[in-house]
Design a binder for this molecule. Structure first.
Ligand SMILES: Cc1cc2nc3c(=O)[nH]c(=O)nc-3n(C[C@H](O)[C@H](O)[C@H](O)COP(=O)(O)OP(=O)(O)OC[C@H]3O[C@@H](n4cnc5c(N)ncnc54)[C@H](O)[C@@H]3O)c2cc1C
Length: 401
C-alpha cells in the first residue's frame, strides 16, 4: 500500500487523507497542535467545493453547524448604518466556524487515518524509493510520498522548496481576529466600520452566544515576533486606538480574548506544487488570503484533485503532481485575483471610495445587476472543471461529533 505523510490537520490535510484512504492509500497526518485546533473565524464555501463536500458526504454535518449569517451592515463612527450587503457577499453558499469544520473532517477520517498530534517534521530526504522523514519527537520513518498541508507558513514548503520569502507575496494588509462578548446582542449579523485603510467590526457567532471581532489595516511590512502575542495585540491596539463607535470595547475584548489571530494578508505563488515525491496542498501551495473568501474552497477542491490525480495515474506521482498543477492553475489564479479586487472594497483607501462603495451597496438591490456580487463570487468558485474520478469504495458513514 502506498503510504502518504500529510503535514497539517486543519482543512486540506484531513480532506486529502479522506480521499487517499478511499483510493486505497495509507495516510498519516502529523499536526503540530496537541489536538484538532478548535475555535477561529467563520469560513465559507462557494461553487465547486460544494460538489466536493457533497461527494465526501459531509454536507449535512456542515449544514447542521452552519453559521446561518444574515446581511452585514456598514456603520459610521456614530453607529448609524450607512450600507448593507447581502448574506452571500460575506458568507458564500454555506458558512461554518473553522474549528467546527476541522472537527467534522477529523471525525470523518480518524478511523481510517493515523494521526500524530504534538509533532512536526524537521527533515525530509527523498530518493528513488521514497522519503525519509525525521520528526521533532526524534523518530525517523519512511513514506512513499509527503504532502505539506500546513498552511501559509508551511514547514514542508520551507524544508523542501526553500525559504518562504521566495513564494510569499504580501498584499499590503494585516488581519486580526479574536473571540469577544456579543455586547451589541447581534443576531446572526455583523457590523463593520471603515476609515481610510482600516476595517474594524464584529459578527455574532455560535447562535449569538459570542462574537468575533475583526481588525484589518493597510500597512507596509511590519517587523514583529510571530510568537509574541502581547506584541501583536499592541500593534492592533496602536492602529485602532483613536477610533470611535464600539472600537474601544472591541479593543478591551482583544486584550482578554481566549484566542487571537494576527498575520499579514499574503498569498503563496509557486510555479509547481511539487518537488519530486513532496507536494503541497491548500494554503501551503496556493494561499489566496482571507480577502479572497476562497481559501477553504481551494483547500477542499485541491485535496480532492490531488488525491484523484494520484488515483487516476495509478500512483505515478510524477504524472499526478504535474496534472494537479495544470488542473488547479486557473482556479488558483481566479481566487487570488478575487482577493486583490476584494481588498479595495473591504478596506477602502479613501473616504471618497468608501462613500462610493456604500452608495453602490445601497443602490444594488434596485439595479438590474442586483445579484452581481453573488454571481461574481460564484463564477470564481466554479472556475475549475471539476473532474470525476472513479471511486472504487463505498462511502464510509459520517461520525456524529
Ligand atoms: C481571518 C481569516 C478569515 C478567513 N476567512 C475565510 C473565509 O471567509 N472563507 C474562506 O474560504 N477562507 C477563509 N480564510 C482562509 C482559510 O482559513 C484557509 O484558506 C484554510 O484554513 C486553509 O486550510 P489549510 O488546511 O490549507 O491550512 P490551515 O487552515 O492554515 O491549517 C494548517 C494546519 O497545519 C498545522 N501546522 C502548521 N505548521 C505545522 C508544522 N510545522 N507541523 C505540523 N503541523 C503544522 C497548523 O496547526 C494547522 O492545523 C480565512 C483565513 C483567515 C486567517
Amino acid at each position: 500500500m502506498t503510504t502518504v505523510l500529510i503535514s497539517g490537520a486543519s482543512v486540506a490535510g484531513p480532506a486529502l487523507a479522506y480521499w487517499l484512504q478511499r483510493y486505497g492509500y495509507e495516510p498519516t497526518v502529523v499536526e503540530r497542535a496537541p489536538a484538532p485546533r478548535p475555535g477561529g473565524y467563520a469560513v465559507d464555501f462557494r461553487g465547486a467545493s460544494m460538489t466536493v463536500l457533497e461527494r465526501m458526504g459531509v454536507l449535512p454535518a456542515i449544514r447542521e453547524r452552519a453559521t446561518e449569517m444574515g446581511a452585514m451592515s456598514y456603520v459610521d463612527e456614530s453607529g448609524k448604518v450607512v450600507a448593507t450587503t447581502s448574506p452571500e457577499a460575506f458568507s458564500g453558499e454555506l458558512e461554518i466556524l473553522r474549528g467546527d469544520l476541522v472537527e467534522i473532517l477529523y471525525d470523518l477520517t480518524r478511523d481510517t487515518t493515523e494521526y500524530l498530534f504534538d509533532d512536526s517534521i524537521t527533515a525530509l530526504t527523498q530518493d528513488d524509493e521514497g522519503v525519509e522523514v525525521v520528526f521533532e519527537s526524534g523518530t525517523t520513518r519512511r513514506f512513499d510520498l509527503v504532502v505539506g498541508a500546513d498552511g501559509l507558513h508551511s514547514n514542508v514548503r520551507r524544508i523542501a522548496f526553500g525559504p518562504e520569502s521566495s513564494y510569499l507575496h504580501d498584499l499590503g494588509y494585516y488581519a486580526s481576529v479574536c473571540t469577544v462578548e456579543n455586547h451589541l446582542g447581534l443576531d446572526h449579523t455583523g457590523q463593520i466600520l471603515n476609515v481610510p485603510g482600516k476595517t474594524v467590526g464584529m459578527y455574532s457567532a455560535r447562535n449569538n452566544t459570542e462574537a468575533k471581532a475583526l481588525f484589518y489595516f493597510a500597512s507596509s511590512d511590519l517587523t514583529y515576533d510571530r510568537r509574541n502575542v502581547p506584541e501583536q495585540k499592541a500593534i492592533v491596539e496602536e492602529q485602532f486606538k483613536d477610533l470611535g463607535w464600539e472600537v474601544p470595547t472591541l479593543l478591551d475584548g482583544l486584550r482578554t480574548a481566549p484566542d487571537f489571530y494576527f498575520d499579514s494578508i499574503s498569498q503563496i505563488k509557486l510555479d509547481s506544487c511539487s518537488r519530486g515525491r513532496i507536494a503541497l496542498c491548500g494554503d501551503a501551495g496556493y494561499c489566496a488570503s482571507p480577502l479572497s473568501g476562497m481559501g477553504t474552497s481551494l483547500a477542499i477542491v485541491g485535496a480532492y484533485v490531488l488525491a484523484g490525480e494520484l488515483h487516476a495515474a495509478g500512483g505515478d506521482h510524477t504524472r499526478a503532481f504535474a496534472e494537479y498543477d495544470v488542473r488547479m492553475k486557473g482556479f488558483v489564479d481566479a481566487c487570488q485575483q478575487q482577493a486583490v479586487d476584494g481588498a479595495r472594497w473591504f478596506v477602502p483607501a479613501t473616504k471618497w471610495f468608501t462613500r462610493v462603495r456604500n452608495l453602490s451597496y445601497r443602490l444594488m438591490p434596485y439595479l438590474p445587476w442586483r445579484n452581481l456580487i453573488r454571481d461574481m463570487s460564484l463564477k470564481v468558485g466554479n472556475a475549475i472543471d471539476l473532474p470525476t474520478y472513479e471511486d472504487p469504495r463505498p462511502r464510509p458513514a459520517v461520525r456524529r461529533p
